[in-house]
Design a protein around this ligand. Sequence first.
Ligand SMILES: Nc1ncnc2c1ncn2[C@@H]1O[C@H](COP(=O)(O)OP(=O)(O)O)[C@@H](O)[C@H]1O
Ligand SMILES: [Mg+2]
Length: 402
Amino acid sequence: MESMAIISSKQPEPDDRQDGEARGDRKRRKPPSEENSMPKNSAPRNLAVPASAMASSVMPKDGDLLQSAARPDEVGKPEESLRPKRLADYIGQKDLKEVLEIAIKAAQKRSETLDHLLLYGPPGLGKTTMALILAEEMQVNCRVTTAPALERPRDIAGLLVGMQTGDILFIDEIHRLPMVTEEILYAAMEDFRLDITIGKGQSAKTRSLDLQRFTLVGATTKVGALTSPLRDRFGLVQRLRFYDLDELTPIVLRTAEILSTAITPEGAAEIARRARGTPRIANRLLRRVRDYVEVKLEGAIITGTIAAEALERFNVDPCGLDWTDRRMLTVMIESFGGRPVGLDTLAAITGEDAQTIEEVYEPYLMQIGYLQRTPRGRIATPAAWKHLGYQPPDNQLVLLGG
Ligand SMILES: Nc1ncnc2c1ncn2[C@@H]1O[C@H](COP(=O)(O)OP(=O)(O)O)[C@@H](O)[C@H]1O
Ligand SMILES: [Mg+2]
């Protein structure tokens, strides 16, 4: 679902976008105040990267559930239509919103561009959404790309020279930037200068171009994997938290309204409770419940009971754990008897790659206190034992200091 494309200013934005996240130039903007000193032929201005080349490998496992039942009106943009467009509509993340509100107001007051911003946190919490909102609030264009698509220096160079004053460049999965690209970003972020090497070996020449002042918004699920020179160049580094029940419930109600689905507050709360603190999952579960109700119950209103019954069918338990979570925890309990288990072992057991386990599954299990990372491996906590119907061993309580 997370594939992206870059839409350049020269290309019309297709109506029926394949990707859910790209956004082209379609904004009024402040007139560019500075002379653009960029030579016209230095790098391709138009850049189109096939979405397939950018497919993200970090993806919630139940992503395929989502794709199976998209409706005609949602095909190709299941998420786009649900994204809040303005800061005021962005529910939750109070601290983040406060910081960004101040940054936006200050930048506007001084007619400056926003500081470079790094957003980090597990998938589906609203990083991409926030980047698009910033562009909307600042009335600038947002170019969306993802780090693995910036393989060659000319990929990033093409994007950078196309930026106009104040524009936002959103790079998703920024921890996966190739080193050559990252090094180009250093000067671009700090001095708004593009240093490119032309030719190879002895005849190689370095050229330097001035860039317009732009704002880089980076998103990552793995902030620890960023190099410090890159991290240090962000003026703002913000973490997104998992959402509380009273934040996710209004998100479900809002989505239900957009989808014209009848739901009671209890129904919304039941879906929110099982959504792992994650808006993307909440929206996905709502769609599944909506399908269930339409097919099995002839479009009845979604109540708490109905939502619970439908989600049971989809193997989402009352804590939001799915098959992979339960399999991981069960093996940790049954086969390892509470001893630490290595990440690679968990990957082998569940058939997920280690990165997905680390970035998608574990953060939530740790958040709800079901899993701990120790230097020797992962441990299922007594709460996890109880949730799955096991009696935790006494010595583990000692081990965990519980
Ligand atoms: N604060 C929020 N309020 C309402 N909906 C949200 C919020 N954050 C995320 N969403 C919904 O969740 C979906 C996933 O958000 P996204 O920004 O793509 O997450 P990320 O980029 O962090 O993986 C979006 O389509 C949006 O509908
Ligand atoms: Mg995203």
